[in-house]
Design a protein around this ligand. Sequence first.
Ligand code: B12
Length: 196
Amino acid sequence: MKVCLLASPMMDVVDGALRTISMDAERECPSYGIHMLAAALRAAGHEVVLVDLIAEQSVDLTPHEGALKGCELVGVGATSLSWPSARAVLHQIARMLPTVPVVLGGIHPTMFDRYVLETSPATYVVRGEGERALLQLCECVGAGRSVADVPGLTWRAPDGNIVRNPAHERTVRVRRAVAPSPSGRMAHRCATKGDP
Ligand code: B12
């Protein structure tokens, strides 16, 4: 399945223009979570379009419109501080890919799962660690199956009620590790800036 994963930056209006702020302005803080998820999806055979808007210091999806074509699931990661940017991203996705399901993850959607589902165009929220849930969600979306068994998923049932699936059992043994998959741009900037 072709999946797009997006990381949203912290932004505010500075000197009349929308710019990255705080740590996202001082240096790049690549979202470890989203790169881990990309690696897990690729290891399971999925095609991943990774749009790291933190590295790009932008909230504009226009340059990625071509790459987004054909995606069957879109995932957006957000902290509370990047939630306004994530909302801007969600509204662009809703325009570009109106029929494609969108899953949110990260600390803010985890804490406020019901609120973000009720106040944004997103379809699902994965609470907590996303690796297992996202892989299972891909299977369900690809096969047109119910998401009722996807661990840690918050979703809207056909009757309109918001359902919170139980979290998966605690991982006691890691059998297979995946390394995060940095974008070319991130790797380039880390190399040129001498970041650790
Ligand atoms: C390491 C860390 C940092 C690092 C790296 C952050 C990064 N960008 O990855 C640095 C030092 C750069 C940093 C910076 C900041 N941080 Co910080 N950071 C952490 C810390 C300690 C661990 C995060 C981490 O890497 N976890 C490991 C990765 C693998 O997990 P993860 O990111 O949570 O992702 C998993 C799940 O959330 C989920 N998931 C994530 N995204 C998505 C997306 C989808 C679609 C799905 C399905 C699932 C999913 O699946 C992932 C894999 O399992 C957390 C506290 C904590 N214990 O979580 C605070 C924390 C996230 N940071 C916080 C803050 C406030 C900041 C800053 C805003 C500080 C500042 N003033 O600038 C910046 C924001 C920078 C940014 N753009 O993210 C707060 C966020 C609070 C909130 N409600 O938003 C936290 C929760 C600390 C706290 N308790 O206050 N941080």
